[in-house]
Design a protein around this ligand. Structure first.
Ligand code: HEM
Length: 180
């Protein structure tokens, strides 16, 4: 495996500029996060279910939707607690979620709009509950960290399958892009 989840997360934390104040605020609002998580899950799965391709994936296995709803609620709450304060356990968990999506055959093109739905839904709820703008910023940063993990899992799967190095992969992308 090329990716070391904790170092990967540390790099993304720097890039999205998640800081200590963000982390503190999120922890303070964890109870609120737990309360709204089921509503967020409803919005999320309603959105996925309206897309023909995603709906087929969701219903491909008996009980999958039910299980997913529970895992989403847990995932949502963990955005506030950081599991172990955004340490190794958090990074390993997010990396595993990325791998699950790749292994399940969900195309990477579905993931970005799905995360945008979460960001929008949580933003609307924040406004309804008169929560501060800084909480919205902090949550958006966490969503981007989690999204980066899922996206990275696709590149990693490709490198594993082909045996290519990261450098070769980047050269091929640049070459391919030059012809587009
Ligand atoms: C970008 C936002 C997304 C988040 C935060 C999210 C969250 C999760 C979580 C927490 C799991 C459980 C992983 C585990 O077992 O450890 C999961 C699995 C899964 N997700 Fe997502 N997901 C997202 C996008 C999507 C999309 C776009 C689809 C398309 C249909 C999807 C379908 C699935 C499926 C089929 C599984 C595996 C279910 C099983 O175990 O049978 N997810 N997701």
């Amino acid at each position: 495996m090329n990716v070391e989840p904790l170092s990967f997360m540390e790099a993304i934390v720097r890039r999205v500029q998640l800081n200590e104040q963000d982390k503190e605020l999120l922890k303070q609002e964890a109870d609120w996060g737990k309360t709204i998580a089921p509503q967020m899950a409803d919005i999320f799965y309603d959105y996925l279910g309206r897309d023909e391709e995603m709906n087929a994936i969701l219903n491909a296995k008996e009980g999958r939707i039910h299980r997913l709803r529970e895992t989403f609620i847990q995932w949502f709450y963990e955005m506030f607690t950081g599991i172990d304060g955004w340490g190794k356990a958090y990074a390993d968990c997010r990396w595993k979620i990325g791998l699950v999506h790749v292994r399940t055959g969900i195309g990477p093109q579905h993931v970005v709009p799905a995360m945008a739905v979460v960001v929008t839904a949580v933003g609307q709820q924040l406004r309804r509950d008169h929560k501060p703008e800084v909480l919205s910023d902090a949550l958006s940063k966490i969503c981007m960290i989690d999204l980066a993990f899922i996206e990275q899992a696709y590149s990693e799967a490709l490198l594993q399958e082909t045996g290519w190095t990261q450098a070769l992969f980047q050269r091929l992308i640049a070459k391919g892009a030059a012809q587009v």
